[in-house]
Design a protein around this ligand. Sequence first.
Ligand code: ADP
Ligand code: MG
Length: 331
Amino acid sequence: MPASTLQRNRCGKSRFRREARAGNSVDEFELIDRFFDRKEKSAGVKLGIGDDGAVLEPSPGFDQVQVVDTMIAGVHFPPDTNPADIAFRAVAVNLSDIAAMGARPRWMTLALTLNNNSEQWLQSFAAGLYEAADPHKLALVGGDTTRADKVTVTVTITGEVERDAALLRSGARVGDTIYVTGTVGDAAAGLALLQGSAHDAFLVSRFLRPPARIATGRALVGKAHAAIDLSDGLAGDLKKMLTASGVGARVEIEKLPLSKAICEQFDDEERKHLALTGGDDYELCFTALPDAVADVPGITAIGEVCDSSNLRFYLHGDIVTVDDSGYRHFQ
Ligand code: ADP
Ligand code: MG
């Protein structure tokens, strides 16, 4: 990303460097060198951090999948969030998009806007970044570093999926079963707890450290007909997948997989609301024939794809309506 013309002074990025002198802080070169350039050889990276661009070697027979997501302090995470969690989450939400496409993650870039450059902050941030990336052999191959009032983190990931095999939102077929991975509603529950006074370590971690369902996404290639990841809430995201596929669906609310923690912390009405409309779970929702995914672990059937243009929700056989304010019995 080019430095903002408004903020660029005559010395370009040297402004960042000069301001970085105070206290326990590091300048931009040192920052990249110490925290982000690990100088080790990563698979498929002909040239990593240090030049004007990275040079990457795609795998023959694979399509590339490119994703990007930005997180802004105060918008996507509370400003006082631990830097390790900020970084972990920024990588995880991108991994989730890669998983929803059925791809394997390969390379990432990091555009980091800092409002301070304390060594401690950076150390923690870098640790969280690698904690999210390393299990997937996801290599950081470049980035950009800037300074502004709000910490802003943009991560891009390039993934690879077998040629023409990417999982799309548009492939759902009438008669498919609809599945979700993991449990739903936990992240919104965790965020609500973070913003209030109650605490539950599991639910909060579901918001701060979303899962990366890469293994499931990979297992679904050639089996699932359509997939989406759940960032905005099950009802809304499922609707997007159905619209892209030109089909409708029936979902049984009592089948939604709920964690033990959400059941302990929230009453029946609240947890159903969170499960249906709460965002940030980063679980996968997909459609498939049951036989095709019988050996895929950690998934729950929640409904089926129908020949209509509607998404209908049922609770113990009764049709209910679901909107942003929750679900209610159909009148
Ligand atoms: P340019 O001016 O050509 O954009 P920079 O001076 O911004 O180059 O960056 C130097 C090198 O460091 C580049 O390879 C860039 O990709 C990398 N880089 C910059 N910031 C980051 C970051 N936050 N994380 C990882 N790599 C970075
Ligand atoms: Mg640059």
